[in-house]
Design a protein around this ligand. Structure first.
Ligand SMILES: *Cc1c(COP(=O)(O)O)cnc(C)c1O
Length: 366
């Protein structure tokens, strides 16, 4: 049989299919999931009830325009609904934006390391990724401004940055925006906005209000605890929002996702209390890591970053052996989601054991 494939796009050659990492299970019980920056808590009863009720109606298509959801998001944020575009997770929203600006010969500029979905989304939209190294664990906005050329179609600032957790502040971000040409899209990826406590970190919505080339992307996956339902949104100038709406895959935001997000907004008080507990745990974990004299970046997100360089894979392996799943970026660092207090204690136990006993396998036979 002829096994040749049809002609495929060159862009696919540089990509790998996304797949889940294997989950390490503790000898003593359930795995501890600190690798994906999810909420550790199950949906609120009020949200779960709405999802269950909606499940009985999945024979019908969802609202293709997400109109009621967009109105509710707009109400919660205090912006006009015509500025809001929901999508299939904020990754889906990012894909819509890249589709809207991507043209062969164009560039996408972003920091590295940053969110690992950017390279593939850029390539699939026909854009050439142009990466600007972080300065330590922080965005280098001066270098990013210098990397912009007439070919740049989009520049992304992930604020706070995934995986390093650091946030850019108002002065430097305003200076940067002033240097971006008016015809180049700026994406402020604020997936972790609800966890930010540093008052010097700007609210992207205020920046997007004045600048038609600036768009803010947020999600229900993290602070709102709906990662499994795939729902995110952007806030942009009404004209830009109208154009980007054309790129949404029809019906890609399910009915379950739409009603669950609306119910979550109605329960936002309870959900923001959960966020506050996560922020308190973040501060506790950061302090404990500093006490161990481990390198750790300041964090404005629901995770912490240890820039361990060539020891990163080793720490991740030590955690996995204890059933604690963290995210390793070998040669670079380890990202650890803030979970429930007992999960964080399990991580801190594994990290201090590793720190005291050194290399995996040497001093702690398993
Ligand atoms: C988690 C994350 C997202 C979001 O994902 P969705 O689940 O697709 O909404 C987007 N951007 C960054 C930087 C993230 O870390």
């Amino acid at each position: 049989m002829d096994s040749r494939l049809p002609k495929l796009r060159d862009a696919l050659a540089g990509l790998a299919a996304h797949r889940a990492a294997p989950v390490a299970v503790a000898p003593s019980g359930a795995p501890i999931l600190l690798a994906n920056n999810e909420s550790p808590l199950e949906p609120l009863p009020s949200v779960a009830a709405v999802i269950a009720e909606a499940a009985a109606r999945v024979n019908r298509y969802p609202d293709a325009g997400c109109a009621e959801l967009a109105a509710d998001i707009a109400g919660w944020l205090g912006v006009d609904a015509e500025r809001v575009v929901p999508g299939c997770g904020s990754v889906g929203v990012l894909q819509m934006l890249f589709e809207a600006v991507g043209e062969p010969g164009g560039d996408a500029v972003y920091a590295w390391r940053s969110f690992d979905a950017y390279p593939a989304l850029a390539r699939l939209a026909g854009l050439r990724p142009v990466t600007v190294p972080l300065a330590g664990d922080h965005h280098d906005l001066t270098a990013m401004a210098a990397a912009l050329t007439p070919a740049t179609r989009v520049v992304i600032v992930c604020n706070p940055n995934n995986p390093t957790g650091t946030a850019v502040r108002s002065g430097e971000l305003l200076d940067f925006l002033d240097r971006v040409p008016r015809d180049c899209l700026v994406v402020l990826d604020e997936a972790y906005r609800e966890y930010v406590r540093d008052p010097g970190v700007p609210d992207g919505l205020e920046l997007a209000r004045e600048r038609p080339n600036v768009v803010v992307v947020r999600t229900f996956s993290k602070a709102f605890g709906l990662a499994g339902l795939r729902i995110g949104y952007l806030v942009a100038h009404p004209g830009l929002a109208g154009e980007v709406r054309k790129t949404r895959l029809p019906y890609s935001v399910s009915h379950l996702a739409q009603v669950a997000a609306r119910a979550s907004l109605r329960a936002s008080g309870e959900l923001m209390d959960r966020v506050e507990r996560t922020v308190k745990e973040r501060e506790r974990v950061l302090a404990a890591l500093a006490d161990l004299n481990l390198p750790v970046a300041p964090s404005e997100a629901n995770f912490v970053w240890l820039p361990l360089r060539d020891r990163a894979a080793d720490l991740a392996a030590a955690c996995a052996a204890a059933g604690v799943n963290v995210r390793a970026y070998p040669g670079d660092g380890v990202r650890v989601t803030i979970g429930l207090p007992e999960d964080n204690d399990a991580f801190l136990g594994a990290v201090s054991h590793w720190h005291t006993h050194g290399e995996v396998g040497a001093a702690c036979p398993r």
